[in-house]
Design a protein. Structure first.
Length: 199
C-alpha cells in the first residue's frame, strides 16, 4: 500500500509518499515541501498548491491520502491557511477517487513514537529510524508528512482489516438468516412425512 502524507500549510506544505507491506518496515518513495510566496494572492496560492498536489498524485499514484486534521491554535490566521491547504489536498484526492484519512497531530505522534506528546525532534528521529534514513528530512514539514503517511499505513490498515472482518461477519449473518427459515421448513416437512408414514 502506498500512502501520500500531507502536512498542510500555505507557505510550506509538507508532502511525502511511503510504501508499506505487512510484516515489513515502511519505505520512503519521495518527500518534499510545496512552497507558495507569502505575499501572493490567496487564490493564486491555493491554485499553485492544487497543481502541485495533483502532480504528486499523478506521478506517485498513492492508494490513500493522509492529511493532518486541523485543530484550534492561538493564531486564527494560521489555522485558516492550514485548513484551506488541507481542504485542497482532500479535494485533489477526492477528484481521483482516493480514500482520505484525517489524523490529529497527537494520533500521528503516538503511532510513530509511542507518545502523543512527542516533540518534533522525536518525531523526526523516529521517521528516520523507521524509514532507515541517514539524514533527517528537511524542513520539519517533510518529516511530519512522512509521519502522517506511516501513521495511516499502521492505523489505517488496521481499521480497514477490522472493517473487512465486520463486513464478512455481516454477510455470513445475513446468509444464515436466509438459510434458517429454509432449514426449518425442510425439517417440518420431514417431520410431517414421518408422522404421516407412521399413521
Amino acid at each position: 500500500m502506498r500512502v501520500l502524507g500531507v502536512d498542510p500549510g500555505l507557505t510550506r506544505c509538507g508532502i511525502g509518499a511511503v510504501d508499506g507491506r505487512p510484516g515489513r518496515p515502511p519505505s520512503l518513495v519521495h518527500a518534499d515541501v510545496i512552497r507558495t510566496p507569502a505575499g501572493a494572492d490567496i487564490a493564486a496560492r491555493l491554485l499553485a498548491l492544487e497543481e502541485e498536489i495533483d502532480n504528486w498524485l499523478a506521478e506517485y499514484r498513492p492508494d490513500a491520502v493522509a492529511v493532518e486534521r486541523v485543530f484550534s491554535q492561538h493564531n486564527v490566521r494560521t489555522v485558516m491557511g492550514t485548513a484551506q491547504a488541507g481542504a485542497v489536498a482532500i479535494v485533489c484526492a477526492a477528484r481521483r477517487g482516493l480514500p482520505v484519512a484525517l489524523h490529529t497531530p497527537s494520533e500521528v505522534k503516538a503511532a510513530v513514537t509511542g507518545s502523543g506528546r512527542a516533540d518534533k525532534a522525536q518525531v523526526t528521529a523516529m521517521v528516520m529510524r523507521l524509514l532507515r534514513l541517514t539524514d533527517p528530512p528537511r524542513p520539519a514539514d517533510t518529516a511530519d508528512a512522512l509521519a502522517l503517511a506511516i501513521c495511516h499505513l499502521w492505523r489505517g490498515g488496521t481499521q480497514e482489516r477490522i472493517a473487512a472482518a465486520e463486513s464478512l461477519m455481516e454477510r455470513r449473518l445475513a446468509a444464515a438468516r436466509r438459510e434458517v427459515p429454509d432449514q426449518l421448513a425442510a425439517a417440518r416437512q420431514e417431520r410431517d412425512q414421518k408422522q404421516g408414514g407412521a399413521r
